[in-house]
Design a protein around this ligand. Structure first.
Ligand code: LLP
Length: 418
């Protein structure tokens, strides 16, 4: 559930803010996030986990705007990061580094050192080479590094191939058959402190069964490790819970947690979650204005001022996101359009075959754009990135200014005159 709804005047609101007014005031394309929605989604995980020891580490990559991170930090959230940049964002937003897990296959030496200096909660380690690197750096610093090994359980999450991560052929994690052996090696590394086991099998999962299959494999591993005298203290189940973009009916965090708790029983394990999309996707919309209508024999095009550089999910994954008018009382002729941006690529579309009642100048909202939206934006075609606004009741705050043209070539230089 989110707080982007039509009110009695037929206009779309974000909480108590009229999105038409925000678009007029701040221009388009414009990302708008809802604080109440972010909070509601985070609390759904927190309440679902209930009295089991748990840590919710919001996956920063989904939406790393400082205001978004700050809203979650104030609730006591932890964070899942994949770079020094993300860790610095968490710190700048008032997040607690002691609740940070550091994921990713390619952690650099300086990133590991910085994370150790900040006393993060745990490194989610993805290879033997990385274990050795962390051990060495921790040794140089006279420290013990908290680690968990990301296990690849070889499970088909049934999602788009680009966002499926738990299969043997994916680059992520350590194959489950090798995990016990590699934990034994880690136990012999002097500067490592084994904390947990983690996995992340994919994103936008709409069924529980792949998650549960993975957890069963991980619990069996944890038991085997206990026999080796290696005590695992936390189980990190990763992110991946899907959201509703169209007709999907993803499981609620409550039923997910219920099933997990039934499996944990009296084991003394802290549960770690790394949700990104489930918290942020439906907490954001992208507002855009119709520039031109271009009727054609084969297709009608609605050319809007948001493009693949603003929201790449449709172009990259053929993702479907709802496109709706900001004012549904306007009387317009209905037609079926491909909604496309101004970028010079055939793949630049926001939605295909959409029935819309629109004319030039009308405002539209692309729903479910709060996760993997702005964070994946680029400056392709020298287009400044959109502004971001957070609504909170009847207040709306610009939380990132629109980029200016001069920002596009900041740091570039001409050759010296010869
Ligand atoms: N933990 C790890 C280790 C991850 O790699 C990811 C996402 C998450 C947590 C959060 O997953 P979520 O709860 O958001 O599904 N750009 C793609 C999604 C890429 C996800 C990458 N990893 C998209 O727009 O669909």
């Amino acid at each position: 559930m989110d707080y982007f709804n039509y009110q009695d005047d037929g206009r779309l609101y974000g909480e108590a803010c009229d999105l038409n007014r925000l678009a007029e005031q701040h221009g388009t394309p414009l990302y708008v996030y809802s604080r109440a929605t972010l909070e509601r989604h985070w609390k759904a995980f927190d309440e679902a986990a209930g009295d089991v020891n748990h840590l919710i580490c919001y996956a920063v990559k989904a939406n790393s705007n400082l205001a978004v991170l700050n809203v979650l930090a104030r609730l006591g959230s932890g964070f899942d990061i994949v770079s020094k940049g993300e860790l610095c964002r968490v710190l700048a937003a008032g997040g607690d580094p002691g609740k940070v897990v550091f994921s990713g296959v390619g952690k650099r030496v300086d990133e590991i050192r910085f994370a150790l200096e900040q006393n993060i909660f745990c490194f989610n380690v993805e290879s033997v080479a990385e274990l050795a690197r962390i051990n060495q750096i921790a040794g140089e610093m006279g420290r013990k590094a908290p680690i968990s090994i990301r296990v690849n359980p070889d499970i088909d999450a049934g999602t788009h191939p680009y966002i499926s991560t738990g299969l043997k052929e994916n680059k992520f994690g350590i194959p489950i058959e090798q995990a016990q052996n590699i934990y034994r090696q880690a136990a012999n590394m002097e500067h490592l402190d084994i904390h947990g086991v983690d996995c992340h099998i994919g994103s936008q999962l709409t069924e529980l069964s792949p998650f549960l299959e993975a957890v069963d494999k991980l619990l069996a591993l944890i038991d085997a490790l206990a026999e080796d005298g290696i005590q695992i203290r936390h189980l990190d189940v990763g992110g991946g819970l899907g959201v509703r973009y169209d007709q999907e009916t993803p499981p609620e965090p409550s039923s997910y947690a219920e099933q997990l708790k039934a499996r944990l029983q009296d084991r003394n394990l802290t549960l770690v979650f790394e949700p990104g999309r489930a918290i942020a996707a439906n907490a954001g919309v992208l507002l855009t204005r119709v520039e031109h209508l271009k009727p054609g024999e084969a297709k009608n095009f609605a050319i809007v001022d948001a493009a693949m550089n603003d929201l790449i999910r449709p172009a990259l994954y053929s993702a479907w996101q709802a496109i709706i008018p900001l004012d549904k009382t306007l009387e317009r002729q209905t037609a079926v359009y491909d909604v496309v941006g101004p970028v010079c690529e055939t793949g630049d579309f926001i939605g295909k075959d959409r029935e819309l009642a629109i004319t030039e100048g009308d405002l539209l909202a692309v729903r479910s754009a709060g996760a993997y939206g702005f964070v994946m934006a680029s400056n392709y075609n020298s287009r400044p990135r959109a502004a971001e606004v957070m609504v909170d009741g009847d207040q709306a705050l610009v939380v990132r200014e629109r980029e200016q043209l001069a920002d596009l070539w900041r740091g570039e230089s001409l050759l010296p005159e010869s």
